[in-house]
Design a protein around this ligand. Structure first.
Ligand code: V47
Ligand code: SF4
Length: 389
């Protein structure tokens, strides 16, 4: 499908700048910061989509990865006050959602409840609780590993890690090494938001800075812990800010190669202090995935987090650069349902997820947390139709 799509796009009477970008992408060359901004300002969905799909298929063919994970959110109590956050409780007036704080026993019980199931990863993330520190979490991870030695522990955003290390009076390297020695395997990509300092000042001024976020991920990569990266988009940032964000990540990836996947996170405006900020359209979501795929040439994977954008958009995103879907998770995360996402109970069975991928003629592959293939589902769960994409 790729070649005709590209020809169709290029046969149009293309703007000179866009043609130059298309030529570079087809030749496998990196685009510049300014060209990234041009794509956001001038690139129609069909144009950026065809280029992104071309890159996606060059890198991965039809392969579409998912993993089987569950989330543990120890608490939503948080010392910080991000304006977009519908989730944290402390300085916030009471809403329909209450504060929670799981005890160690409750967390262990939750992990035990997955005994005998095929999950390969636990994603631990939550509010920044003043009393849950580095050593508490290190011991918790050790206990989780005693119960499930096989499970991959992806835990703590750089925001949580910065606070933990500061409170424990250890360097990032020492703190991360302690967590690694207790069994933590990797870092999730949260807390990055948008790196442009002026925007960060407006939306999340009291938490870790952009430089700190990048330093923590760099240090993690240096001691052998891979990580992910996110970008919260579609609020008050400009197109230049989005490219700046991706550029800082691309530069770090050039140095370390430690990032696995890039996850654009659509700003949702329910129940937060920025609810007056309108959400962007689905077209903009798809354009953003596509431009991310084009710009982030050194990131192996681009992930759609379906609990936030919904299953339909996640399915369509597979034609706009996305090759990774998170996940067959059950209803263990509340971050998005509390922020107004359609998915109030984000659970998808393996069958539903495999069918979602097969319906658009992609190849469903279960992966582990570092992208080794666990199982090929090509011949399972037949779908009624597989439409050309
Ligand atoms: O950092 C909070 C975002 C993130 C809102 O690494 C919001 O595999 C939109 O990072 N609208 C945490 N987004 C979640 C996260 C994540 C999720 C799935 C997989 C991985 C991974 C990482 O959630 C926060 C923030 O950027 N967030 N509030 C909101 N109103
Ligand atoms: Fe706390 Fe994270 Fe919410 Fe910010 S986004 S207030 S750090 S839970």
């Amino acid at each position: 499908m790729t070649a005709p799509q590209i020809e169709l796009v290029l046969s149009k009477d293309l703007d000179q700048d866009l043609r130059k970008i298309a030529d570079k992408v087809i030749a496998g060359e990196r685009i510049t910061f300014d060209e990234g901004v041009i794509l956001y300002k001038k690139g129609e969905l069909a144009f950026v989509g065809a280029l992104a799909n071309f890159i996606r298929e060059r890198k991965h063919g039809d392969n579409t990865y998912f993993n089987k994970n569950f989330h543990v959110e120890p608490t939503n109590i948080c010392v910080f006050d991000c304006k977009f956050c519908a989730y944290s409780k402390l300085l916030r007036e009471k809403t329909e959602y209450d504060a929670w704080e799981l005890s160690e026993e409750q967390i262990i019980e939750k992990v035990k409840s997955y005994e005998g199931t095929a999950v390969t990863e636990v994603h631990i993330v939550g509010g920044v609780h003043p009393k849950m520190g580095l050593h508490y979490f290190a011991n918790l991870i050790k206990k989780i590993k005693e119960i499930r030695p096989d499970i991959h522990v992806k835990a703590f955003t750089a925001v949580e890690l910065e606070y933990m290390c500061r409170k424990a009076k250890v360097s990032y390297r020492e703190g991360l090494q302690i967590l690694k020695d207790h069994g933590q395997n990797s870092l999730p990509g949260g807390g990055a938001e948008i790196f442009a300092e002026a925007i960060r000042e407006e939306i999340c001024k009291d938490k870790c800075t952009s430089d700190e976020w990048l330093e923590i991920h760099q240090t993690a990569h240096e001691i052998g812990m891979p990580s992910n990266a996110t970008m919260l988009y579609g609020h008050i940032e400009s197109f230049e800010d989005r490219v700046d964000h991706m550029n800082r990540l691309r530069e770090l990836q050039d140095k370390t190669g430690g990032f696995n996947t890039f996850i654009p996170l659509k700003y949702r405006n329910g129940n937060n202090q920025m609810s007056h900020v309108e959400e962007v359209s689905v077209i903009e979501d798809l354009r953003n995935y596509a431009i991310a795929r084009i710009y982030m040439d050194n990131f192996p994977h681009l992930k759609a987090y379906w609990p936030m954008i919904g299953r339909d958009t996640a399915q369509i995103s597979l034609s706009y650069g996305v090759n990774d879907i998170d996940g067959t998770i059950d209803d263990t995360t509340k971050i998005y349902s509390m922020a107004g996402a359609e998915e109030q109970n984000p659970a998808m069975t393996t069958e539903q997820l495999v069918k979602l991928i097969k319906q658009v003629n992609r190849k469903p592959l279960e992966r582990d947390s570092i992208y080794n293939i666990v199982k090929d589902y090509t011949n399972e769960f037949e779908t009624k139709e597989a439409s050309p994409y």
